[in-house]
Design a protein around this ligand. Structure first.
Ligand code: FES
Ligand SMILES: [Fe+2]
Length: 454
């Protein structure tokens, strides 16, 4: 059909479609491999192996060994019958059977295949199938070890260090590990994507206004004024101040490199009630399983300074972690997407080359750049800084943190953006200035100064 009318229609269409450029944008971009690859022998994998990471929830470890994967390594986690924890390479050094089928003994783990017994540090304790005085068995016991990593149990989470043992760092103790009256419940949030995609969200206060508006409270939907801060090349903050009625709500998200994150509460605050240095809903690490999966291991924090105790349930912690329940139908996910849909939708490993970062992504650009520097420095032989360097001179080894909500009664017009900005800065200055103090003294100093802003 080529009558005149149709010809005119198709010409019209051509005119209207001139700005469509899908055909020219079909190339796929590369991920930032330097930050996304975490397996053994990769630069980022080496870097992450210089830190303690949570790898399991203590109460979920039964009497059998548990196969887990962390930083691309398949490992076997177990508790021997005398209560000691072991994290060892999966394959038995004898003939490579998997120790996930082994048994936990009074001292260590015994391989199912020929009964070799290994201590939690990998020492070969017994080779029962060999005759008394066997030279080959003696040789193995003198020279062979099962690969093993140190494990530390702390408040219901099992932490491990997968790096070189002569570089074993101190276990970091953050101030939120011990807040009076706070109930801390361990949880694990799985993500089917690279760790960097999940980590990015903590220094992205803009997404809260869009993704989480319907999930938490109306106040979250207010974009407010966003500010980013970097401190000692080790920690990063995305701080948002929003007007809610006569109040200004300052919410501080924080990241301590490489993967420790905190924020304000999920449910305790909607900006309508005054609050002074309310603490994070979660104390959390984003731990790579492999390059296409990660797990957020955390404590949910409940009590006056955290989220309401009624959320101290498996479902409550899923909401805190992902804004929605973990197990949902596709229709439910489309109707109300949460963090997991946002970050998994990027693909298993996002093609970062195709991103267009804008001013609201400045925190992400800042921390990724610093991460690269730490990784490159380590490749040149300079060990990365441990979080312990953030501890103030007078507070022992406790690391002060800032993830918080503060709601101040400061009336003003919606359009007074400068007031939001200056309040944001004043709150951050107060938090930074209290570094030298610890525990109650720090809290009280911060709270007193925050109240004085009203
Ligand atoms: S393979 Fe483990 S004891 Fe033989
Ligand atoms: Fe989020």
């Amino acid at each position: 059909m080529t009558d005149g009318a149709n010809f005119r229609d198709s010409k019209q269409q051509k005119d209207n479609f001139e700005s469509y450029c899908g055909y020219h944008q079909t190339w796929t971009g590369e991920p930032i491999n330097e930050l996304t690859q975490t397996g053994p022998g990769t630069p980022c994998g080496d870097y992450l192996r210089r830190y303690w990471h949570p790898v399991y929830i203590t109460t979920e470890l039964g009497s059998k060994p548990q196969l887990i994967k962390i930083l691309g390594e398949e490992l076997v986690l177990f508790r021997d019958k005398s209560g000691r924890y072991g994290l060892v390479h999966k394959r038995c050094p004898h003939r490579r059977a998997s120790l996930e089928y082994g048994t936990c003994e009074n001292q260590g783990i015994r391989c199912c295949y020929h009964g070799w017994l290994f201590d939690v540090d990998g020492t070969v304790l017994e080779i029962p199938g060999e005759p008394e005085g066997s030279a080959s068995a003696a040789n193995v016991q003198a020279n062979v070890r099962l690969g093993a990593y140190p494990v530390k149990e702390y408040k219901g989470l099992l932490f491990a260090y997968l790096g070189p043992i002569d570089e074993l760092p101190e276990f970091p103790v953050y101030d939120t590990f011990d807040i009076e009256g706070m109930v801390m419940t361990p949880y694990a949030g799985p993500f089917n994507c690279n760790w960097l995609q999940v980590l990015d969200a903590i220094v992205d206060p803009v997404h809260t206004a869009f993704l989480h508006q319907s999930q938490f409270s109306d106040g979250f939907g207010e974009l407010g004024e966003i500010e980013f801060y970097e401190n000692k090349k080790q920690r990063f903050f995305g701080s948002a101040s929003r007007r809610v009625g006569d109040n200004i709500w300052v919410r501080v998200n924080e990241l301590v490199l490489p993967n420790f994150t905190q924020a304000g509460s999920a449910f305790a605050t909607d900006g309508t009630q005054q609050r002074y240095f309310g603490r994070s809903a979660f104390t959390r690490w984003v731990v790579p399983v492999d390059d296409e999966h990660c797990i957020a291991y955390a404590w949910g924090n409940f009590g006056d300074r955290g989220d309401p105790l009624e959320y101290n349930t498996p479902e409550g912690m899923q909401l805190i972690e992902q804004g929605e329940l973990f197990d949902r139908s596709y229709a439910e996910k489309q109707a109300s997407p949460g963090d997991v849909e946002a970050v998994e939708g990027m693909g298993a490993i996002s093609d970062h080359e195709k991103e267009y970062l804008v001013s609201g992504d400045r925190g992400i650009a800042m921390y990724r750049n610093q991460l690269k520097k730490h990784i490159r420095n380590l490749q040149k032989g300079k060990p990365p800084p441990q979080p312990g360097i953030l501890a103030g001179a007078n507070n022992g080894s406790v690391i002060p943190t800032y993830g918080s909500d503060t709601v101040l009664n400061i009336p003003g017009a919606d359009e007074q953006r400068d007031l939001l900005k200056s309040t944001n800065k004043q709150v951050m200055d107060i938090l930074f200035a209290a570094d030298a103090l610890s525990g109650d003294a720090r809290d009280q100093s911060i709270i007193t100064q925050l109240r004085a802003l009203e």
